[in-house]
Write a protein that binds this ligand. Structure first.
Ligand code: PLP
Length: 425
């Protein structure tokens, strides 16, 4: 098994709670174990505490703007061939522009309960860094955000946002200078400053309790979407689709539908000529950042850098729950490449007046491809409960974030491309 690449001198601790089948666990240095145990017990107490839940619900409603709407994208669905009614769960309308704030609001309340005065975070697209800097300001805590130098260039507006919000943004110059390297630096900081600092991991990754706890805080997406689709369509959707980086927006959406007869699709970044980020599709199980899960590694167990047009999907690992859902077959994982994601991005901009995040555009692109595939649609129809055979398919897509942050990135790509013409559409 792969050793955690960033914890070479640490003692590995196997077993314990937080397993999804064989995946998950707590592969961390001994020094972090008391802190993980404290976090677990504070979180378990909080999720059963009406005062905590009331405070979180108030912040979700009045600070972040929940519930986010479920919007029927009529012109987008027509462009997909008219086979389905396509509903977008508008997580892009959250305060700070993505689903990341759902997790940060929960974790900052836990940090306060633990008496921590400082937050640490890693960030790729910058969305999690902005969300963490935001809740740090809200709660009056110090904040340090680690960000790969490549991502800092790709996501310059978010770097400025974090600094405006009072956070220290630390450029990470090691490795591929993207999310994995930033995560390693954040863990190092945490090991050193664990007494007074809480590490807000931005996705359903890392050692237990993070994957379960983050899913818990993101499950508000699925709980709302399920209620909303029942109100609007009078029935459950045939399918729910979300992009998968570390897997938090997908886990949050899927959580409410796991026990329903709803087909679930997780979409990884297939990338392009420079590589991909499809840990589930093309990786093998190993240990990264404290947990056992599928990841991109070479035969010697060296982690292979991820690549995607979407900085938020550029992570070589994936949450352990998704590894288990892949193995059990409950969720189907697929990938779309950079060009398909860009084409779907353009579609949503021009057809719906919504600029989606490039990450979310992967889910949109998968939906488009799926609905243009007669055989795939027929299979989905055939799997339906008797009595619904005639009606159109109903699909829910999680629109995990808005795309303003990606404009700089897209311009840069067009410039490199030699003339600003539109790619892929
Ligand atoms: C961070 C991010 C993602 C990927 O993270 P998950 O944990 O897989 O959800 C997807 N979309 C947006 C908009 C993001 O900011």
């Amino acid at each position: 098994m792969t050793r955690p690449s960033d914890l070479k001198d640490g003692v590995l601790v196997d077993g314990g709670p937080g397993r999804f089948g064989p995946y998950g666990g707590q592969y961390v240095p001994e020094t972090l174990m008391p802190c993980l145990r404290e976090l677990e017990s504070v979180w378990l107490a909080a999720r059963g505490d009406p005062a905590f839940l009331a405070e979180l619900a108030e912040l979700q409603a009045d600070y972040s703007g929940r519930p986010t709407p479920l919007y029927r994208a009529r012109r987008f669905e027509a462009a997909c061939g008219g086979q389905a009614r396509v509903w977008l769960k508008r997580e892009d309308l959250n305060h700070t522009g993505a689903h990341k704030i759902n997790n940060c609001l929960g974790q900052v309340l836990l940090a306060r309960r633990m008496g921590k005065r400082r937050l640490i975070a890693e960030t790729g697209a910058g969305q999690h860094g902005v969300a963490t800097a935001t809740v740090a300001a809200l709660a009056g805590l110090e904040c340090t955000v680690y960000m790969g130098e490549v991502d800092m260039r790709r996501q310059e507006p978010n770097v400025q946002r974090m600094r405006l919000l009072g956070a220290e943004v630390v450029p990470v110059l090691t490795g591929a200078r993207t999310l994995k390297d930033a995560t390693s630096e954040a863990i190092r900081d945490w090991v050193t400053n664990v007494a007074h600092s809480h590490y807000i991991i931005g996705s359903t990754v890392g050692p237990h309790p993070y994957p379960t706890m983050v899913r818990d805080f993101q499950s508000v997406i699925g709980i709302e979407a399920r209620r909303q689709i029942l109100e609007k369509e009078g029935r459950l959707p045939d399918a729910a689709i979300a992009c998968v980086g570390g897997g938090s927006n997908a886990a949050g959406l899927f959580a409410a539908f796991l026990d329903d007869p709803v087909a679930l699709f997780g979409v990884e970044a297939g990338g392009g000529a420079h590589g991909h980020s499809a840990a589930l599709g093309l990786g093998t199980p190993g240990v990264l950042h404290g947990s056992y899960s599928y990841l991109l590694q070479d035969p010697d167990g060296q982690v292979v850098p991820a690549h995607s047009i979407a900085a938020g999907l550029d992570y070589p690992g994936v949450g352990p729950e998704h590894s288990h859902l892949k193995d059990t077959g409950r969720v189907t994982y697929d990938s779309v490449d950079d060009a398909e994601a860009q084409a779907a991005f353009g579609d949503l901009c021009r057809l719906e007046g919504i600029i989606p995040a490039l990450e979310s555009s992967h889910a949109l692109a998968f939906c488009r491809r799926f609905l243009r595939d007669e055989a795939a649609c027929a299979r989905l129809r055939a799997s339906r409960t008797v009595g619904l055979d005639g009606g159109p398919l109903v699909i829910v897509i999680n629109l995990s974030g808005r795309g303003d942050k990606d404009m700089h990135d897209r311009n840069e790509m067009h410039d490199q491309d030699g003339g600003g013409h539109e790619q892929a559409r």
